[in-house]
Design a protein around this ligand. Structure first.
Ligand SMILES: *Cc1c(COP(=O)(O)O)cnc(C)c1O
Length: 224
């Protein structure tokens, strides 16, 4: 067994069965993704459109590709034919473009709404009010080729666990409130929170999808 495979098995053993793992493979070579794939890992997350497109072309076709980075509207067309889940929908404009490209490809694209929970100014996403305003609007209801399957969030980059937990609790509350609102269907079910440094805290606050990179593949050469 390779070290990547050991890391995946250890990670799996440390989390409940209902929590799915997206292996974040940005900047990592295809050979490392294949090691994970050969350990049964089918869900991979990427941040850059070009890198994702290149990897998709050369790796097994049953891999489920998750897009987790900031997505520019003009690049949606490159991933629309195959992307499995877009975690990082941070504006209505982007959602409209995803819907348009999904339609062109004769498919429905599953999406998560990225929620702004961190203290940092640089993070993208909706806040609670934006979120409800959009979901209640007729222009949102007119989009037939996207499906909102849950929420995604990134906690502040801090060692203060209390702060991180507060942020995760905020997104979990919004997740529950949207669910109860019946604005969306039963496909609204994923709460994508938690990375290598905070996935246990995220699971404590209801995460059922964690995005783990460095813990599986080792540190990246640059911080993407
Ligand atoms: C890079 C990245 C991750 C994974 O980060 P690690 O700390 O390596 O686990 C998760 N989510 C997003 C959005 C990322 O950009």
């Amino acid at each position: 067994m390779t070290s990547i495979q050991t890391h995946i098995n250890e990670l799996k053993a440390s989390i409940p069965k209902n929590v799915s793992i997206v292996a974040v493979s940005k900047t990592k070579p295809n050979s490392m993704l294949l090691e994970a794939y050969n350990a049964g890992q089918l869900d991979f997350g990427e941040n850059y459109v070009q890198e994702l497109v290149d990897k998709q072309k050369s790796l097994p076709t049953d891999i489920r590709w998750h897009f987790i980075g900031h997505l520019q509207s003009n690049k949606v067309k490159y991933i629309a034919p195959f992307v499995y889940l877009i975690h990082s929908v941070d504006s209505f404009k982007l959602l409209v473009e995803i819907d348009k490209q999904a339609k062109k490809n004769n498919r429905i694209i599953d999406c998560l709404l990225q929620i702004y929970i961190a203290q940092e100014e640089t993070k993208f996403g909706f806040d609670r009010t934006d979120c409800f305003n959009m979901l209640e609007s007729d222009s949102f209801k007119a989009l037939k080729n996207i499906r909102i399957c849950g929420l995604m969030g990134m906690a502040s980059f801090t060692a203060k666990e209390e702060q991180i937990e507060k942020e995760f609790a905020t997104i979990k509350q919004l997740f529950d409130d949207i669910k109860e609102s019946n604005l969306l269907t039963s496909s609204f079910q994923h709460l994508s929170i938690g990375m290598s440094s905070d996935y246990l805290l995220a699971i404590k606050h209801g995460s059922n999808m964690i995005r783990v990179g460095s813990m599986i593949f080792g540190n990246r050469n640059y911080n993407a």
